[in-house]
Design a protein around this ligand. Structure first.
Ligand SMILES: [Zn+2]
Length: 395
């Protein structure tokens, strides 16, 4: 009897461990994660910095069902202007720093014969140009670069602008989210059933009746449920990510070979569902998010970027053009969402005479750079009238 229980405990321990590894997500420096343990109220997730390195950090998702509790959004690894592509994005997320992989190399559209992708790498003329957050992002960038490179010079600006506009199309993002929410429900239920079966029902029955008689029927039920989840996952994934067949097959194989993994199937669908949209659009689409602080910091970072080492004139021009377009679109989005007040001037506290226009920290000295924001000059409260009022600059 004792032997059976300890065998059972070992087995349960292995299954729990396998399952928990699926609740870990590697969050890159240029990525933003929104999480919701209940699926109702979403918030920005902060990864554990002690579990990270220069490129990112680990994020723990709540192991309790239902799965489908994570949505990611990524900054672009490149800047695109009507003249070309630069492997650098000046944006820095409030939580992070620039990824070290950005080279700052500039290629004009006139020299781009071919754009493609290899995994997460964006290829220009068959050479690795930038590392993207996901293969999906690499493919999307390759596609817009191809159409701009093949277009007439006069058409390029409108192609790039409409691509930026798509990243801020909150209506399309919301429609996609509603559609997914409706479709994903039965997958989440099935995942929850497998969770309860594996981690509640089987251990309880095994404690009462012993493990030996239970092993084969429980194993068969687990595999059957995993196959069912796999089929459902496959169908949904093909619908929402028609071009990502590699991700689809890899995950399906994992689920069938290692059934506890399939409990998190819904996460794989929600994770990249809105990743084509700007982080501030995702923040406004997901229900219950109150991330005004994040939206403000996002817009101020675009307006007051941290300094960088890129010096080539064409590259600098492209970086500035792309940031200005992102800022314009961000401000327009905030105004449409009716949150323009959150971009208002900051209130002076105590004896402060100046503040950092990027992070908002106040100082008793009137000149110099903000120690937290390299390259950003402090602004005196006396000059605030001209400097801030972000929301009125968008027009
Ligand atoms: Zn600052």
């Amino acid at each position: 009897m004792f032997d059976f229980i300890s065998d059972g405990q070992t087995l349960l321990f292995i299954l729990v461990l396998l399952y928990l590894t699926e609740c870990l997500v590697w969050l890159k420096k240029q990525s933003v994660a929104f999480v919701s343990p209940s699926g109702k109220r979403w918030r920005l997730a902060a990864p554990k910095s002690w579990l990270g390195n220069a490129n990112g950090a680990l994020l723990f998702l709540s192991p309790l069902p239902p799965p489908g509790q994570i949505v990611l959004s990524h900054l672009l690894p490149v800047s695109i202007s009507p003249s070309g592509v630069c492997a650098f994005n000046s944006q820095v997320l409030p939580s992070g720093s620039r990824p070290a992989t950005q080279t700052g190399e500039f290629v004009p559209f006139s020299s781009i014969k071919q754009a493609g992708s290899d995994g997460a790498y964006l290829l220009l003329n068959n050479e690795k140009f930038a590392k993207c957050a996901t293969p999906k992002q690499a493919k999307a960038l390759a596609s817009v670069i191809t159409s701009a490179a093949q277009a007439k010079v006069s058409k390029r600006e409108s192609i790039v602008r409409s691509w930026v506009a798509k990243q801020f199309d909150a209506r399309a993002a919301e429609k996609l989210w509603r559609e997914a929410e409706e479709e994903i429900g039965s997958l989440q239920e099935l995942c929850t059933i497998l969770f309860l079966f594996l981690f509640v029902a089987v251990p309880t029955i095994a404690t009462v009746f012993g493990l030996q008689q239970l092993l084969i029927p429980a194993g068969a039920t687990m595999i059957a449920l995993a196959v069912l989840i796999g089929i459902m996952f496959f169908r949904l994934h093909r619908k929402f990510f028609p071009a990502e067949s590699q991700e689809r097959f890899e995950n399906l194989l994992k689920m069938i070979l290692c059934p506890p993994v399939s409990i998190r199937a819904a996460d794989i669908i929600t994770r990249h569902l809105l990743s084509d949209y700007s982080p501030i659009v995702v923040a406004s689409v997901l229900p219950g998010t109150k991330e005004q602080q994040f939206v403000r910091a996002f817009a101020l970072d675009l307006q007051h970027p941290l300094k960088h080492e890129v010096t080539e004139a064409k590259a600098v021009e492209t970086i500035a053009w792309a940031a200005a377009e992102q800022l314009k679109a961000s401000l327009a989005h905030v105004e449409r969402a009716g949150d323009a007040s959150l971009l208002g001037p900051i209130k002076r506290e105590g004896d402060s005479v100046a503040y950092c226009p990027r992070c908002g920290i106040q100082f008793v000295v009137s000149e110099g750079e903000c120690p937290d924001c390299p390259g950003v000059e402090l602004v005196g409260f006396a000059d605030q009238r001209e400097e801030v009022q972000l929301s009125h600059r968008s027009g």
